[in-house]
Design a protein around this ligand. Structure first.
Ligand code: ATP
Ligand code: MG
Ligand code: MG
Ligand code: MG
Length: 463
C-alpha cells in the first residue's frame, strides 16, 4: 500500500466512526510558545482538551506535519526516526474514551477491509496500573496476556518521563502498539493511544489536575506504518523516501545502498532536506533565531554530510523537486513554492560553503591534538567554531562524537552567555541563543532529548 493511500485510508476510517476530518496545523504553531515546531497531532487541540472555548466537534481526525529536532541524533541511524514526519491522529474531546480508542485502532490495523495486519505480529503496552486498558486488550480484543506488557512512566505516560514531572499541559497514561517484523528484528512502535485525563501544572506533589472530561489523543507514525505495510525494513525504504535517498546519492555522486557505508549520511541528507523544504515552504528561513536556527542547522548538517562524501558545491537545492514530488499529493501548494524554496536553500548553501573549509581545517587541528590523548573539545574551541566558523554547536558535538571526542558544553554555554551580555542584543540575542541553543533544541523534541550523533533512543533497530 502506497503511503498516500494509507493516509487517506486512515482518515476515511475515522470519518466512518464519526470523526471530523481537519487539516494539518502548520509546522510552527501560532500562539504556542512551549514548542518551536509542532511535535504531535494533539498540539492544535490543546484548548479543546482543556475544555477552553466553544467545542465545534467532539471527535476529530488529522494527518499532522510534525518536526522533532529531539530525534535529530537518531536520523539515519535507527530505522524509524525522522526529524520531519507525519502523524495520523484521532481525537476525542470528552466523547469516546479507552474502549473505542482501543477497539478502533485494532479494527483499523487488523481488519482485512482496512490494513489487514496479521494480529500475531502485534503486541501492546499499557501503563503500570491501568487495569482497565489491560482488560480491554485481553478480554475484549482477545490478546494473550503475554503480549500485553505493563510499562512504567518512561514509556507509558505521555508526554515526558513521569506523571508528575514533565512539561505543563494535558497528559495521561497511554497504551502503545508495536509491530514485530517476520524477519525477527526488533519491534517497532507504530501507534500511541493516549488517555488524556490530566492537566499538569507546576511541580509535584498534586500537580496533576483531572481535566473536566476524559479525552483521547492518538498518534500513529505514517512512515512507520507504511514501512510495515510495504514489508520494508526501514521508513527510509518506503515509496516516498527511498527515491529521496537515491536522489541524494545521485546529487553527491555515490550510489545509495541501504546497507552501504554511505547509507546513513544519505538518509540524513534525505531527511534534512525534506524537513527544510517543508519549513521553508511555511516561511521559516535559515537564521540565527528560533525555528530559523533549526533550519540553518539541518541545512548545514546535510551540506556537511555531502561535503564529507566529496560533493564540494551546492546540491541540496537540487533535491527540492524530489521532495515536492514525494509530498505534493497531500500538500499540493508545495508546487507553487518550489522555486522560491530552492533559491533560499541555495543561497544558504553557498554562504556556508564559503566558510566550510576553514571550519573543517580548524576542527581537524583539534582532532590531531586529540590523537595525542586529549579528547576534549574545549568550550573556547566550540565557541569559536560556533561564532566564527559557522560550525553550529550541535555540529561540533556530532563531529566530535565521530572521533570519539566530547565537547565541554558547560563552558561553551557560559561563553555564549557572556558574549550575549557583552554584545547586548547582538546577532544571537532574543533568539534560540538567548535560552541556549541546546536547551531549545532539546525542548522541540517534545518527548526525547538530543543524545548526540550516534546514540539512539526509542523504537527500532540500528541500521
Ligand atoms: P519512539 O519511542 O520510537 O521514539 P515516541 O514514543 O517518541 O516514539 P510518540 O511521541 O508516542 O513517539 O509519537 C506517536 C507516534 O509517532 C509513534 O508511535 C511513532 O509511530 C511516530 N513517531 C514518533 N517519533 C517519530 C519520528 N521521529 N519519526 C517518525 N515517526 C515518529
Ligand atoms: Mg510513544
Ligand atoms: Mg516510544
Ligand atoms: Mg521518541
Amino acid at each position: 500500500m502506497k503511503t498516500d493511500e494509507l493516509r487517506e485510508k486512515y482518515l476515511d476510517f475515522f470519518v466512518s466512526k464519526g470523526c471530523i476530518r481537519r487539516p494539518s496545523d502548520v509546522l510552527v504553531p501560532h500562539g504556542d510558545k512551549s514548542v518551536l515546531f509542532t511535535p504531535a497531532g494533539m498540539n492544535q487541540f490543546k484548548n479543546q482538551f482543556l475544555g477552553i472555548g466553544p467545542l465545534e466537534f467532539t471527535k476529530a481526525t488529522t494527518c499532522q506535519k510534525c518536526l522533532r529536532t529531539g530525534d535529530i541524533g537518531n536520523v539515519g541511524v535507527t530505522a524509524y526516526h525522522h526529524t520531519f514526519f507525519e502523524m495520523l491522529g484521532n481525537f476525542s474531546f470528552g466523547d469516546y474514551f479507552k474502549r473505542e480508542a482501543i477497539h478502533w485502532a485494532w479494527e483499523f490495523l487488523t481488519d482485512k477491509k482496512w490494513l489487514g495486519m496479521v494480529p500475531e505480529r502485534l503486541s501492546v503496552t499499557v501503563y503500570l496500573d491501568d487495569d482497565e486498558a489491560f482488560g480491554i486488550w485481553e478480554k475484549e480484543i482477545g490478546l494473550p496476556a503475554k503480549r500485553i506488557q505493563r510499562c512504567d512512566e518512561g514509556e507509558n505516560f505521555w508526554p515526558a518521563n513521569s506523571p508528575s514531572q514533565g512539561p505543563d499541559g494535558v497528559c495521561g497514561p497511554c497504551s502503545e502498539i508495536y509491530y514485530h517484523p517476520p524477519t525477527g528484528g526488533k519491534e517497532v512502535e507504530i501507534w500511541n493511544l493516549v488517555f488524556t485525563q490530566f492537566n499538569r501544572v507546576g511541580s509535584p506533589p498534586n500537580n496533576l489536575q483531572p481535566l473536566p472530561k476524559n479525552n483521547i489523543d492518538t498518534g500513529m507514525g505514517l512512515e512507520r506504518c507504511a514501512a510495515v505495510l510495504q514489508g520494508v525494513e526501514s521508513n527510509f525504504e518506503i515509496d516516498t523516501l527511498r527515491p529521496l535517498c537515491e536522489a541524494a546519492g545521485n546529487a553527491v555522486g555515490v550510489k545509495y545502498q541501504f546497507q552501504g557505508d554511505q547509507g546513513r549520511p544519505l538518509r540524513r541528507i534525505a531527511d534534512h532536506i525534506r524537513a527544510v523544504t517543508m519549513c521553508v515552504h511555511e516561511g521559516v528561513v535559515p537564521s540565527n533565531e528560533k525555528q530559523g536556527y533549526i533550519v540553518r542547522l539541518l541545512l548545514r548538517r546535510a551540506l556537511l554530510e555531502g561535503y564529507l562524501l566529496g560533493k564540494q558545491d551546492a546540491f541540496l537545492y537540487g533535491l527540492v523537486p524530489a521532495v515536492v514530488e514525494a509530498m505534493k499529493r497531500p500538500y499540493p501548494d508545495l508546487v507553487q513554492s518550489l522555486g522560491a524554496a530552492a533559491d533560499t536553500i541555495k543561497e544558504e548553501e553557498q554562504q556556508f560553503l564559503g566558510i566550510i573549509e576553514r571550519g573543517l581545517s580548524r576542527f581537524q587541528k583539534i582532532v590531531d591534538r586529540s590523537k595525542k590523548g586529549d579528547s576534549l573539545v574545549t568550550g573556547e574551541e566550540a565557541f569559536e567554531l560556533h561564532t566564527q566558523e559557522g560550525f553550529l554547536i550541535e555540529m561540533t558535538e556530532a563531529m566530535a562524537a565521530r572521533h570519539g571526542m566530547q565537547v565541554d558544553l558547560d563552558k561553551f554555554q557560559k561563553l555564549l552567555d557572556q558574549h550575549r551580555e557583552t554584545s547586548g542584543r547582538g546577532s544571537f540575542s532574543d533568539s534560540v541563543m538567548a535560552e541556549g541553543p541546546l536547551d531549545a533544541i532539546r525542548k522541540t523534541g517534545g518527548t526525547t532529548e538530543f543524545l548526540g550523533y550516534d546514540s539512539t533512543t526509542g523504537s527500532g533497530k540500528v541500521i
